[in-house]
Design a protein around this ligand. Structure first.
Ligand SMILES: NC(=O)c1ccc[n+]([C@@H]2O[C@H](COP(=O)([O-])OP(=O)(O)OC[C@H]3O[C@@H](n4cnc5c(N)ncnc54)[C@H](O)[C@@H]3O)[C@@H](O)[C@H]2O)c1
Length: 344
């Protein structure tokens, strides 16, 4: 590689090395940070390039008073959304692999360095940056190169961005994402994958059935556990009176937590068994020697055994305790408490 035009400078180096970062960032106002592992790879590699490397870059930005970083995030941070969902930027992360997870870290680090150190960031969740779309999925995810260039120019020129997340996508008719937050950058995409739709839809779709269902496409099927091989799930998720979900998680780790749970549950224990009320499901669960009784408002008469609840007392491991096999205390009160905690 050689510089394309005068004034352009070309350097090489691993961004995990401080010396390389210092060389890169000396006198820089805006960094467009694209380097890193850009596909799904084993976790250690992703950690090194996308977590350790990115941290080195942001620390370098502090040392060199870099004003702004454009961070190449990815649609794979939200790849587990279905293709029928239309997302705004306020959607939760749903990464489709370690690579997508690393982009969550990237957006998180960008947020933190703005809040704590005043380094601005634009996290651009790039769809598919390509000369032209080549497969069906790209009709929704395409980021045309003219638009990409326009986007980057706006990121450089915008007077103030603070911390900003944006979709890196063209004005595709079939886009999965709402083009919010582009206005404050002054980015107005001009390309639309629809002009290639007829041609692309006439070709075979390279994605398998799973890849067609999720926004992350082919990344979803990498190291994916199909539903039939997943741990058995229970529909039984009682809410213990007096404890929020967070409290439960917190108390789960402490002996006092269990004691507290016992004391709360004892208070609501009816004669001959123990009980919880689940307000959301309007369902009472009675535990007693007879098994489980579903006292649902909708089907009062339905009496369900553990089996029909799909509930198997699980093996529970506490971080501070020795392994406790709940099945040894199947009908006991504590097994139910433990189960409720482990299912959260
Ligand atoms: N191309 C897309 O459609 C797309 C989509 C979503 C996100 N992105 C993101 O945009 C960025 C650029 O994508 P790309 O397709 O050009 O990727 P790419 O793989 O072609 O380029 C990434 C470059 O980063 C370099 N790199 C990796 N680790 C490094 C390290 N520790 N130090 C220095 N360099 C390192 C690699 O050698 C490679 O040259 C990536 O961060 C990627 O995650 C791209």
């Amino acid at each position: 590689m050689t510089p394309i035009r005068p004034g352009e400078d070309l350097g090489y180096g691993d961004l995990r090395e401080v010396a390389n970062v210092d060389r890169l960032l000396e006198g820089v106002d805006v960094l467009i940070h694209m380097a890193g592992t850009s596909v799904e790879r084993p976790l250690p590699e992703v950690i090194e390039n996308n977590l350790v490397g990115l941290h080195a870059v942001y620390e370098g930005a502090r040392r060199h008073a870099v004003r702004r970083i454009v961070f190449a995030s990815s649609n794979h941070a939200i790849g587990m959304y279905g293709v029928d969902e239309h997302l705004g930027l306020d959607c939760d992360f749903r990464p489709d692999g370690f690579y997508g997870l690393s982009k969550m870290w990237g957006e998180g680090i960008a947020r933190m360095y703005w809040d704590k150190h005043g380094i601005e960031s634009v996290c651009v969740r790039i769809g598919s940056a390509l000369e032209r779309p080549t497969e069906s999925r790209h009709l929704s995810t395409w980021f045309g190169l003219d638009d990409l260039l326009q986007f980057m120019m706006r990121c450089i020129e915008a007077p103030k961005v603070g911390f900003l997340v944006a979709w890196g996508v063209s004005a595709n008719t079939r886009s999965y994402w709402s083009p919010t937050s582009c206005e404050c950058l002054g980015y107005y995409p001009t390309q639309n994958s629809e002009e290639f739709a007829a041609e692309i839809l006439g070709q075979p779709n390279p994605l398998d059935e799973l890849g067609r269902r999720f926004q992350g496409g082919g990344f979803v099927g990498l190291d994916y556990t199909p539903p039939e091989r997943r741990p058995a799930r229970t529909r039984w998720r009682p809410e213990l009176p007096g404890l929020s979900h967070n409290q439960l998680c917190l108390r789960q780790r402490t002996c006092t937590g269990l004691l507290h749970l016992c004391s709360i549950a004892t208070e609501v224990r009816p004669p001959g068994g123990s009980a919880w009320w689940m307000p959301k499901r309007r369902t009472g669960i009675f535990l007693g020697a007879q098994g489980w009784r579903n006292n649902s408002d909708t089907s009062r008469s339905r009496c369900a055994t553990r089996r029909s609840f799909g509930f198997r007392p699980p093996t529970v491991r506490f971080t501070h305790w020795a392994t406790l096999r709940a099945k040894k205390a199947r009908s006991s009160f504590s097994s139910a408490i433990i189960a409720s905690m482990s299912k959260r």
